[in-house]
Design a protein around this ligand. Structure first.
Ligand SMILES: Nc1ncnc2c1ncn2[C@@H]1O[C@H](COP(=O)(O)OP(=O)(O)OP(=O)(O)O)[C@@H](O)[C@H]1O
Ligand SMILES: [Mg+2]
Length: 349
């Protein structure tokens, strides 16, 4: 059963038929009880997509289904959806309980019951003992929890987040994203979550949809997107892959300088590109055979790993090594080879 389904949805803002499409015919499903992130650079259409799920924008063409029902022409109130915005916009003159109870009051729930349910939702997000405070008397993380409780208290079939953590510092972001994920799994919520932070997407998602200029560049599990990017754009967006020109041979192998790779799926002979994660490189002794000769130019110690920059015939190669026991010094000679993970052949000229 799909919580959300898009069928060939496009969106053009305004009445001008020649205006460019913000969303150019996208199709995807978010199964009930799962979390999908929509990931991509600024302006690629993430918020537009989310607003169409919420019913705050209507598609120019295509259809949207929720729980198997066509909701394309329904307004936000008829969709059983809650949305938590980037700026979580609590009502400044209302205390915490009133903020959380507001939506329930609006839909006709009696004051005492609304307050009781608000208190319950606040407990669910770990915010107890702040009921009477105003938003201005809370930290950013606490305000975030109030906003989350306010979205949850309505018990929506679908919960939407638009960059919910962007106002928080790094540590709080990590904490909150873990809590959102835990809550989503505990309550089996159907969630669409917009972010432009790939590590956030990898950490919380069942499915990631990468968008680029209004189209879906690729969608799949975090493992598929990180480990098997199908384009240079996705490889570059999902972490720090370096992309090298390479040649696909008639026998199906790919030559990357002196290295030979076996692609996971067949590629036509000719020019291709190979995307390599910095942690995919193996550093061997200088006299090892069959690898890529390399000279260490620079190194940086990052606590749990080293970052190395090697000069090679393929150009500068960036390598992450978790071998802390035998660090290399600048000028060291080595031979680089590739492990099985983090190497992808992508089409390209
Ligand atoms: N109300 C609007 N009227 C006209 N054009 C709009 C409107 N809202 C968004 N757009 C355009 O639609 C495209 C997609 O915008 P959208 O807000 O969906 O991007 P986004 O992926 O959420 O970006 P960001 O990461 O910066 O929030 C952009 O080119 C934007 O300028
Ligand atoms: Mg946006």
């Amino acid at each position: 059963m799909n919580g959300i389904e898009f069928r060939n949805v496009t969106k053009r803002y305004g009445a001008d038929k020649n205006a460019p499409l913000a969303v150019k015919g996208i199709s995807f499903e978010v199964p009930v009880g799962t979390l999908t992130t929509i990931l991509g650079p600024s302006g690629c259409g993430k918020t537009t997509t989310l607003r169409m799920i919420a019913g705050l924008e209507s598609p120019t063409s295509g259809s949207i289904l929720m729980g198997g029902r066509d909701v394309t022409t329904l307004g936000p109130a008829e969709r059983n959806v809650s949305m938590m915005f980037q700026s979580y916009a609590l009502f400044p003159h209302m205390n915490v309980i009133e903020n959380v109870a507001y939506g329930l009051r609006m839909s006709g729930v009696k004051k005492d019951e609304a307050a009781a349910r608000a208190r319950e939702a606040l407990r669910g997000v770990g915010l107890v003992g702040f009921d009477e405070r105003l938003p201005s008397e809370l930290s950013g993380g606490q305000q975030q929890r109030v906003a989350l409780a306010r979205a949850l208290v309505l018990e929506p079939a679908v919960l939407l987040f638009d960059e919910p953590l962007s106002n928080l510092d790094a540590r709080l972001r990590r904490e909150m994203r873990e809590e959102i994920r835990a809550l989503q799994q505990r309550l089996k919520l159907t969630v669409a979550y917009v972010t432009h932070d790939q590590s956030e997407a990898l950490a919380v998602s069942d499915q990631i949809i990468v968008m680029d200029h209004g189209v879906i560049a690729q969608r799949g599990t975090p493992e598929q997107l990180y480990g098997r990017p199908e384009s240079e754009f996705v490889a570059g967006f999902m972490g720090e892959a370096m992309v090298f020109p390479a040649v696909a041979e008639a026998d199906g192998s790919v030559a990357l300088g002196p290295l030979r790779l076996q692609p996971r799926y067949a590629v036509a002979p000719g020019t291709v590109k190979v995307a390599v994660r910095p942690e995919a490189w193996r550093i061997g002794a200088a006299d090892a055979t069959g690898g890529l000769p390399a000279t260490l130019r620079k190194s940086a110690y990052l606590g749990s790993f080293y970052e190395y920059g090697f000069d090679t015939t393929l150009g500068q190669v960036f390598v992450v090594s978790t071998d802390l026991s035998s660090p290399l010094a600048a000028g060291a000679q080595a031979t680089l080879s590739l492990g099985a993970h983090g190497v992808s052949v992508v089409p390209g000229a």
